[in-house]
Design a protein around this ligand. Structure first.
Ligand code: PEP
Ligand code: MN
Length: 382
């Protein structure tokens, strides 16, 4: 057996070594992208050949053979079998997309009836869909976004660790409550502005944007100095002074649905923001109050489907506050994607047993990873 001795770099050389290694991994990534672009061109030609010869795009036998060959090669190369399988699926999906002819343009959406009360928010022929920018995320831009972070900012260590995990999961927008609107006044109310500064430092240092709730119109400007997106919570959906104050900061707004608000009332709330000259509103379905008690709220995914037809604004879902239990969140995220949502916002805590807020619904970092591996960056369905 041979043993390798790693000689530690001399002082000052360590950064040089790291820089060289990073440059070479960047080169490999760029080369992979160039290869993918070439692969897409070949897939398009295959699509053309199939059309000319009258063959179907999908060939189950060929797909199986390709997957088996990839797994075999992965094993020979000492690569993780899951990685090979996931990569194979991704490549096949890309091939199908490239082989299909561009679908015909959908007919222009009709104006929803009786929609004057939300005339800026409604769909109209020729009115483009809104894309909301938050850091590097483009919510409504066609790719599914997984927003994540703890319910509340608790300590510097907690939020730094949460940010490490969120970043490792590919999260681009991190959530965290600093001003917490708790049901009971005896519960943890959040760290306020100091908490928000901790969140902003942790997220921005890792190239993530920040979304956090504002509960008082007087705080809107101060929060907007540190956060990239302002959340208006379910309890405040119809708080008009708060809607106006947040809108005037110019920051994008994440507008949660009130627990007993109709879709129309929710769109009218969004209209208040638009009317202030702030076009950047993301609607968030977080569950409504029904007779059901096994879940915390009832996630009304039919609202996501209805909103697609009624408004040009992007729509995301919050399965955490709907399910109330971490083990039920992943399937609801998949369901939200299937219904055409532009993303989800979920709660994750690095050590959920010690969470000060909503511990029962906090995802572990591992659970978040499974959700983001499956959904982050997928094309929006529908
Ligand atoms: C939250 O997101 O932290 C929150 C309190 O959610 P909601 O307003 O939907 O209850
Ligand atoms: Mn919460």
């Amino acid at each position: 057996m041979t043993t390798q001795t790693l000689v530690p770099p001399a002082a000052g050389d360590d950064l040089l070594v790291l820089g060289a290694l990073r440059a070479s991994i960047d080169n490999i990534d760029h080369e992979l992208l160039r290869l993918l672009a070439r692969r897409n061109e070949v897939a398009r030609d295959i699509g053309l050949a199939k059309r000319v010869t009258g063959r179907p795009v999908f060939d189950a036998g060929r797909e199986r053979e390709q997957a088996d060959r990839l797994s075999l090669l992965a094993r020979e190369l000492g690569l993780d079998a899951h990685l090979a399988r996931d990569l194979g699926r991704l490549l096949l999906r890309g091939s199908f997309a490239s082989q299909l002819e561009a679908p015909p343009e959908p007919p222009p959406a009709p104006v929803p009836p009786d929609s004057d009360a939300f005339r800026l928010a409604r769909c109209e022929p020729g009115r483009p869909r809104t894309v909301v920018h938050a850091g590097s995320a483009r919510i409504g831009g066609g790719l599914f976004e997984v927003i994540a972070g703890p319910c509340a900012v608790e300590t510097r260590d907690q939020i730094e660790l949460a940010a490490d995990h969120a970043r490792a999961c590919g999260v681009r927008v991190m959530r965290g409550g600093a001003f917490k609107p708790r049901t009971s006044p005896y519960e943890f109310q959040g760290l306020g502005l100091e908490g928000l500064k901790l969140l902003a430092r942790a997220a921005h240092a890792r190239d993530m944007a920040v979304v956090t709730e504002v509960t008082d119109p007087a705080d809107a400007n101060a929060v907007a100095e540190h956060a990239d997106m302002l959340q208006i919570g379910a309890r405040n959906m119809q708080n008009v002074p708060l809607l106006r104050a947040c809108a005037r900061t110019g920051r994008p707004i994440l507008l949660k649905r009130g627990a007993s608000a109709t879709i129309r009332e929710w769109l009218c709330a969004a209209e208040y923001v638009l009317l202030e000259g702030n076009p950047n509103v993301v609607l968030c379905e977080r569950g409504i109050r029904t007779f059901e008690r096994e879940t915390r709220n009832t996630l009304d995914l039919s609202s996501v489907v209805a909103l697609r037809a009624m408004t040009h604004l992007p729509v995301i879902a919050d399965p955490s506050h709907a399910a109330g239990r971490h083990e039920w969140i992943a399937p609801l995220c998949h369901a939200a994607h299937a219904c055409g949502a532009d993303g989800v916002i979920v709660e994750m805590h690095p050590c959920r047993d010690s969470a000060l807020c909503d511990k029962r619904q906090a995802l572990s970092p591992g659970q978040l990873r499974q959700i983001s591996d499956a959904l982050q960056g997928l094309s929006r369905a529908g």
